[in-house]
Design a protein around this ligand. Structure first.
Ligand SMILES: NC(=O)CC[C@H](N)C(=O)O
Length: 200
């Protein structure tokens, strides 16, 4: 069985941790900064970082339109934290003119968890994983609303602030509000790589 080739968009954010998790999941992982690199991969990870910066740099590097094109053609993408924002068709709390790649029929709220709890950790039940996943949230978004085609795989209950999806899947697109690349548990990356392999 040949390894699937997965790129990590390497404009800004925590790239190295994703490369390691992908390799541990049996994929060949490469950094993507140029269109030629994008063309060579079966799938892409958009890491956490700052969505406003990833948006600006993707346009400066002439990657935005090619990424949007590949998403339209069905390329699988895993977006984490800022990467989840980049996969959302709609955002609230963005800065003026902020754009996303889109693809997932959802509205996400940037920096949703508020000042006191803008960074926290929790053990999360995720559909498709047998044991809870330890999830590190760092000024992450949550899903405010999503269309009927979007599967909610995990939610977080923030009491009076409500229950909000934090892992969603829309066809080949998977997005998480937190940082599954931190730590040693690569099961979410494995879920993604297995799906990429099944679609290849
Ligand atoms: N850790 C993260 O990726 C934070 C995301 C960041 N708050 C943003 O809006 O892009």
């Amino acid at each position: 069985m040949s390894a699937v080739r997965v790129g990590v968009l390497s404009l800004q954010g925590d790239v190295r941790e994703h490369l390691r998790m992908l390799e541990e999941s049996g994929a060949t992982a490469i950094t993507v900064r140029r269109v030629g690199e994008l063309e060579s991969v079966d799938a892409l990870v958009v890491p956490g970082g700052e969505s406003t910066t990833i948006d600006k740099l993707s346009r400066a590097f002439d990657l935005r339109d090619p990424i949007r094109q590949r998403i339209t053609e069905g390329m699988p993408v895993l977006g984490t934290c800022a990467g989840m924002i980049m996969l959302a068709d709609r955002i609230v709390g963005g800065i003026a003119g902020q754009q996303t790649f889109g693809g997932i029929d959802m509205t996400v709220r940037r920096n949703a968890f508020g000042r006191q709890i803008d960074s926290f950790e929790t053990d999360l039940e995720v559909d498709g994983l047998d044991e809870p996943l330890h999830a590190v949230f760092i000024r992450g978004p949550w899903v405010e609303s999503c269309g009927a085609g979007v599967e909610v795989l995990a939610t977080v209950d923030r009491g009076e602030a409500g229950v909000h999806p934090v892992v969603v899947r829309h066809g080949p697109l998977l997005a998480a509000s937190f940082h599954p690349e931190l730590g040693t548990d690569h099961r979410l990356h494995q879920m993604f790589v297995d799906d990429v392999r099944a679609r290849a």
